[in-house]
Design a protein around this ligand. Sequence first.
Ligand code: CO8
Length: 261
Amino acid sequence: MGEYDNLLFEKENGIGTITINRPQALNALNPATMIELGQLCDEISQDTTVKVVIVTGSGEKAFVAGADISEMQLMSAVEGRNWGKLGQSVLNKLENLPQPVIAAVNGFALGGGCELAMACDIRIVSEKAKFAQPEVSLGIPPGFGGTQRLPRLIGKGRAKELLFTGDIIDAAEAYRVGLANKVVAPGELMSAAKVLAEKIISKAPLAVQLTKSAVNHGLNVDLETGIAYEAEVFGLCFATSDQKEGMTAFVEKRKPDFTGK
Ligand code: CO8
């Protein structure tokens, strides 16, 4: 894996952990960081030793406090559009990684930070986490997919209220509305994310990846098309060793030994 100025990446036991590492700016996402994140996603997508990805932020205070406001302040309309497109394309890459991606939200997840968390498949959050899409306070709408992913996650009415007011919600409210999958004590955040990652890793990797792809694909098309896609990936799994192993292990009343093939 390449060296990055604004990210840390470590691999252990099939878990690849990405840490957004600009603690001096509460991990705010500037263009350099987003370009690096896109490059890292490209590398991870080709790395079969990474089975699950965890995304978190450096330090105690913030997951990501948004896009970097100081770097956006003087942007022209064209630069703003290009910046939005860069951020969107990188978060699309993250969302469409073959591996499941867990956000471990350790503090503020505001604006682009909330959008980064929403591009992950699952969000485990610390009791200290805070979420908002505060862009309207800065004179802009969300630009990294927030107007699209938030209503898909929590429903149109609740999403519009958060998007129109910029209100900050705490971890308990994020859990209540379905933005957070689980809330844990701050000291237990990374271990909780790893326990979940390990549980997913114990399953058949290709089945997990194809399940992710069916959910992602299905949410962007009509039900009939999504169901048809599901039938294709379902059938494809019968060409894998892991399908034979999973079903044989069940019949033989033993634990399966999946190989990812
Ligand atoms: N950008 C740049 N720097 C930031 C950001 C940010 N988003 N957030 C915090 N920082 C910096 C601060 O400027 C400060 O730097 P310094 O020490 O040099 O003064 C340092 O981080 C620490 O922050 P604070 O002193 O403000 O810490 P507090 O504990 O007082 O407050 C908050 C923490 C509440 C998180 C506060 O920092 C804050 O409100 N931050 C901004 C939150 C925000 O509005 N985020 C949304 C940004 S817009 C966005 O994300 C749009 C995404 C899509 C863009 C699409 C473009 C087309």
